[in-house]
Design a protein around this ligand. Structure first.
Ligand code: NAP
Length: 362
């Protein structure tokens, strides 16, 4: 199979570096183009990330000597790339939205990690195990904009992955969940690089992450929602209440989750069986980045733990433990997923694989 030529926007950042690392031997995608801010543009990738390469493996040979381009140079990208992964960060979200739209208008599918387009009416926000049916919004989006080949598809906030697939698995098995209380303990890499100052993090927990609780409460409703008359309609049966904290862990977001079922309540054994047996579209399609089992349940009372569980199945599986009755809701459990892999670059790659397999990226 001829590989797709891929560009990474924001290639020098925390998520971008993970794309570079994870795509090194990808069977379908080859990184041919890297872009970042004007601060990095014009030098080789190796020079641009000198002193701030945070991966545990060396910079891949094929990327090392690529010249970093300016994200704003859309024409150049369009000549070299079949599609782009978007992982650049600008505080003005309207500008990010505008730039991603320009890429799509220049005939490039944009597989995005940024939050700027997550609420956009005709942009699907994908977790392939949950809502691959939302892909059909892409045709509507292309029609709305007059785009023939380009489009934007996004992935959600990095903290959602740990608990939303398990909740969806229960919904799908006939046990809809109506209320969730969640407290996240999020890794420092979630804030990018250099991120949170070390004096704020060492020996400390910061009980606030700007904008994170709103995303944690709102994004699940779109993902678990449906398309009616060519528009997304949020799920109205679910309410989420979130507290998001930053903890001194390098990678992976842990979450404590309390759930209340809408009507029927399964037994603990049934829940664990549902999670262990859960497979979905990425597994059926045998997508290269799909975890074999998206949900891993561990019996040990002291798991999951960031250092021990984040890399399960290439960092793409969610690990859950400590399922037990809750005295206020029905059950409570602890969930963990790798924020820069499943929650960012790995999740973006899985989205792109789905888009290829379903014929949206050609
Ligand atoms: P980061 O480490 O701060 O990296 C930011 C990237 O954006 C760098 O490549 C930077 O290039 C580039 N950039 C900065 N200003 C720019 C500008 N004016 N024009 C074009 N490019 C610019 O951030 P990150 O953690 O990788 O996050 C990237 C995106 O992914 C964000 O939208 C974030 O919300 C999202 N995300 C992050 C995570 C996570 O766990 N970290 C998870 C999910 C989603 P220079 O190196 O040249 O400055």
């Amino acid at each position: 199979m001829k590989k797709f030529k891929v560009g990474i926007l924001g290639a020098t950042g925390m998520v971008g570096q993970n794309y570079v690392r994870l795509l090194e031997n990808h069977p379908w995608f080859q990184v041919v183009y890297v872009a970042a801010s004007t601060n990095s543009a014009g030098v080789t990738y190796e020079e641009a990330v000198k002193g701030r390469w945070h991966m545990n493996t060396p910079i891949p040979e094929k990327v090392r000597n690529l010249i970093v381009e300016d994200v704003a140079n859309i024409e150049k990208a369009s000549k070299k790339c079949d599609f782009v992964f978007s992982a650049f960060e600008i505080s003005d979200k309207n500008l990010v939205k505008e730039i991603e739209e320009k890429y799509a208008a220049a005939h490039m599918p944009v597989v995005s990690n940024a939050s700027a387009n997550r609420k956009t009416d005709d942009v699907p926000m994908l977790i392939p195990e949950i809502n691959s049916d939302h892909l059909k919004m892409i045709k509507i989006q292309q029609k709305n904009h007059g785009w023939s080949k380009g489009f934007i598809a996004v992935k959600p906030n990095c903290s959602l992955q740990s608990y939303l697939t398990p909740i969806y698995a229960l919904n799908k098995a006939g046990y809809p969940v109506k209320k969730i209380i969640i407290t996240t303990l999020q890794a420092v890499s979630g804030a990018g690089y250099p991120g949170v100052p070390s004096l704020d993090m060492i020996d400390n927990v910061v009980p606030f992450i700007g904008g994170e609780e709103e995303k944690t409460e709102e994004e699940p409703l779109k993902i678990l929602g449906s398309i009616v008359n060519n528009k997304f309609v949020n799920n109205k049966d679910l309410t989420v209440s979130a507290t998001c904290t930053r903890v001194p862990v390098t990678n992976s977001h842990l979450a404590t989750v309390n759930i209340l079922f809408k009507d029927k309540k399964p037994t603990k054994e049934e829940i664990i069986k549902i999670w262990r047996n859960f497979k979905s579209v990425p597994q059926d399609l045998k997508l290269p980045f799909a975890p074999i089992n998206p949900i891993i349940y561990r019996e040990e009372e002291n798991r999951p733990q960031p250092a021990k569980d984040r890399d399960t199945d290439k960092g793409m599986a969610v690990t859950i433990g400590r399922l037990r009755p809750c005295k206020i809701f029905d059950y409570k459990f602890v969930a963990l997923s790798h924020n820069t892999v499943r929650g960012a670059a790995g999740g973006g790659i899985l989205n792109a694989e789905l888009l290829v397999k379903e014929g949206y990226i050609k």
